[in-house]
Design a binder for this molecule. Structure first.
Ligand SMILES: Cc1cc2nc3c(=O)[nH]c(=O)nc-3n(C[C@H](O)[C@H](O)[C@H](O)COP(=O)(O)OP(=O)(O)OC[C@H]3O[C@@H](n4cnc5c(N)ncnc54)[C@H](O)[C@@H]3O)c2cc1C
Length: 388
């Protein structure tokens, strides 16, 4: 087994990196930071359209839908470079909904949506969580009534990030309230976020970026926007979650590299920080864990390349990677000391205040897309075969 990239792959990685550096603007980098690394703002859209034109937004998709028919490892390399170099790396339409449509959508739906997604023209927002349904999504209640040629939607969603900048809602709704097993009454649909009757209100996270509460009041959704079959939405949602749980570490790997450079360059008591045994131990430990994350991601890529959908393996990678983001930022705080708590606008801030910002951002990583407790339940049940 070869864990190295081939010469061609390395050249490709270099090309992606150069392209991103050339096309990135300070405005785009600032917008990405302010938005919490999600995609949909005006600056992000400009660069993503250029990346998409090269087929790099959806490289694994079939050519007819705007992909390159490339392997998941190629996709991983691109996503890593994007995150590492400050581009948005959370794409709902390209990385979660699109692959689900490819597997479960009708031919009409594929033709209608996949080219628009792969060209970077549209972005979706994830619409799963409700006030009473988070870890247990089968409890969701947003009602979609069948009105003949359309569905009529009423209900509330909570923590739906991106709704204020995305174009469409990738929405889980209840189409049957009477089934004995609640998950069998859920359907998925794509909803235009500008539809009359939708109200989007901000919820600001401790890291400063925005998520949303979304209220639906008598919102009409055309029948053709139903994904797959009615009442089968829970299966599609679960598959989309497996894709969402593939977590490239790029942005935090960049922070780690910057912390290592800081330890080398910063002199305290006449010696560089990098000579202190405790700091060396901590950094070396993190480098092991970053490598482990990379290998866990390769495993997901391998499963996908063989035609499968990674399941408990995604939960493993997501848990390890997102908990690692917290270990990286904790070590950053330890090494920078009180400087670590300063925001970018302080004249004493080090590393442009990144440690403070990423420290706060890393908290949410072990909550979104299913908490670490839920991931461990999945690993115990589906990976180890333990009872529910
Ligand atoms: C900033 C932010 C952005 C988000 N963005 C989105 C988004 O874009 N779209 C979207 O749909 N959702 C989004 N979410 C929602 C997120 O997916 C949920 O918050 C998460 O799944 C947990 O659900 P909950 O908040 O209802 O907590 P709960 O489900 O109430 O859980 C509370 C606690 O109980 C634990 N727990 C629950 N059940 C079990 C169990 N069976 N075993 C062990 N422990 C358990 C949990 O681990 C957690 O610690 C976002 C959340 C946040 C905070």
């Amino acid at each position: 087994m070869n864990f190295e990239f081939t010469k061609e792959e390395k050249e490709f990685q270099e090309e992606v990196c150069e392209f991103i550096k050339k096309e990135s603007t300070p405005e785009m980098l600032k917008e990405t930071e302010d938005q919490g690394e999600i995609f949909g703002g005006p600056e992000g859209r400009k660069i993503i359209k250029k990346i998409a034109a090269k087929g790099w937004l959806t490289p694994t998709w079939p050519k007819e839908y705007g992909g390159l028919d490339a392997s998941e490892v190629v996709s991983y390399m691109i996503r890593e470079e994007m995150g590492y170099n400050g581009l948005p790396f959370g794409f709902v339409a390209a990385h979660m909904s699109g692959p689900t449509i490819i597997r479960f959508g009708s031919e009409e739906m594929k033709k209608a949506w996949l080219p628009r997604i792969s060209s970077g023209e549209v972005e979706f927002a994830l619409g799963y969580t409700e006030p009473q349904a988070g870890s247990d999504l089968s409890a969701l209640k947003l009602r979609a009534e069948d009105k003949g040629d359309h569905f009529l939607l009423n209900g509330n969603k909570l923590f739906n990030t991106s709704c204020h900048i995305a174009d469409y809602h990738w929405l889980a709704v209840r189409t049957d309230f009477d089934v004995p097993k609640p998950y069998k009454g859920i359907s998925m649909m794509i909803v235009d976020l500008k539809s009359p009757g939708i109200t989007i209100s901000p919820l600001i996270t401790m890291a400063g970026w925005r998520t949303n509460e979304v209220v639906y009041e008598d919102v009409r959704v055309p029948k053709e926007n139903l994904v797959g079959e009615v009442n089968k939405g829970f299966y599609y949602l679960m598959a989309a979650l497996d894709f969402e749980r593939m977590f490239p570490l790029g942005i935090f790997r960049r922070l780690f590299d910057e912390i290592v450079a800081y330890a080398k360059e910063t002199i305290i008591d006449g010696k560089p920080l990098s000579k202190k045994p405790l700091i060396r131990q901590k950094l070396a430990q993190l480098s092991i864990e970053i490598e482990v994350t990379r290998l866990l991601y390769y495993q997901l890529a391998h499963i996908l390349d063989k035609g499968g959908i990674p399941n408990y393996q995604s939960s493993m990678e997501k848990t390890f990677a997102t908990e690692l983001t917290q270990r990286i930022t904790n070590v950053g705080m330890d090494i920078l000391g009180l400087y670590g708590q300063l925001k970018e606008d302080s004249k004493w801030a080090q590393l442009k205040g990144k440690v403070e910002r990423y420290y706060l951002t890393s908290v949410v990583q072990t909550i979104v897309a299913g908490t670490s407790e839920i991931q461990r339940n999945i690993i115990a049940q589906r990976g180890l075969g333990l009872p529910r």
